[in-house]
Design a binder for this molecule. Structure first.
Ligand code: 13P
Length: 260
């Protein structure tokens, strides 16, 4: 499928790191280092508490703001949750849903991830749906079956029009924060399979426009090879997004001749 239709995305998921003071320092450094036209979409997803400050710092910059989760209702008695409309009001354009850490530690299921994604898209946010197998799934040769199940559940409330506001992120759990990256070929193979699954559900045309990111120990050294895979349209970066130089290195790799 023709990848020229897909603008690459480099997104930083800060997870539960960097409060407002550290957020300011990192974003100021990032904005100073980043070229005016980075050659791809750049997104940062700091903790909720940083969002208003980050929105202010990013005005007029090439960096968009996202959050790390959202609820499926826009208001109500849901202690500790954040609504999609609130994220939008705070200046977010995107939100991550179904991250494996939410699944592993906070009881996220395919069904709840799907409800969050549908609500985010309904609110006009871009939803980044994370899928990916555990080490045990992979050792059992189940990686595609697990991804297919997570994809079907996560996309259950998304129609063909909504898909244009969805980005997929393939994040094998065993590669997250471990320094152990999937080989470029392996990551590329699963991302190709994800695109095929999307094509079965939404048609070739919609699947050809769907951005699929790789995440899991992606850094400034391995980014080029991963991004050169025809079905990998960017990265969802954890640890390496917490240092401006490393994050900019990945963005630069994305813009290199012959990578995308
Ligand atoms: P690391 O880049 O730290 O492995 O984290 C990846 C991730 O989970 C991004 O969402």
């Amino acid at each position: 499928m023709d990848r020229s239709r897909r603008t690459p995305v480099i997104a930083g998921n800060w997870k539960m790191n960097l409060g407002p003071a550290a957020c300011r320092a990192l974003l100021e450094e990032l904005l100073a280092e980043l070229p005016a036209d980075p050659g791809c979409e750049v997104l940062v997803c700091p903790p909720y508490l940083d969002l208003p400050l980050a929105a202010e710092l990013l005005v007029g910059s090439p960096v968009a703001l996202g959050a790390q989760n959202c609820h499926w209702e826009n208001a109500g008695a849901y202690t500790g949750e954040i609504a999609p409309a609130m994220l939008r009001e705070a200046g977010c354009r995107a939100v991550i849903v179904g991250h494996s850490e939410r699944r592993q530690y906070f009881g996220e299921t395919d069904e709840t991830a799907g409800r969050r994604l549908a609500a985010a898209v309904e609110e006009g946010l871009t939803g980044i749906l994370c899928v990916g197998e555990s080490l045990a799934d992979r050792e059992a040769g189940e990686e595609l079956a697990v991804c297919a199940r997570q994809l079907a559940g996560g996309l259950s409330g998304i129609d063909a029009a909504g898909l244009s506001r969805v980005i997929l992120a393939y994040e094998p759990v065993w590669a997250i924060g471990t320094g152990r990256t999937a080989t470029a070929e392996e990551a590329g193979r699963v991302c190709r399979a994800l695109r095929r699954m999307a094509a079965e559900r939404y048609g070739e045309e919609a699947a050809a426009g769907l951005r699929i990111l790789y995440g899991g120990s992606m850094n400034e050294k391995n980014a080029r090879e991963l991004l050169a895979q025809p079905d990998i349209d960017g990265g969802l970066i954890g640890g390496a997004a917490l240092a401006a130089g490393r994050f900019c290195g990945i963005i630069a790799a994305c813009g290199e001749e012959g990578v995308l």
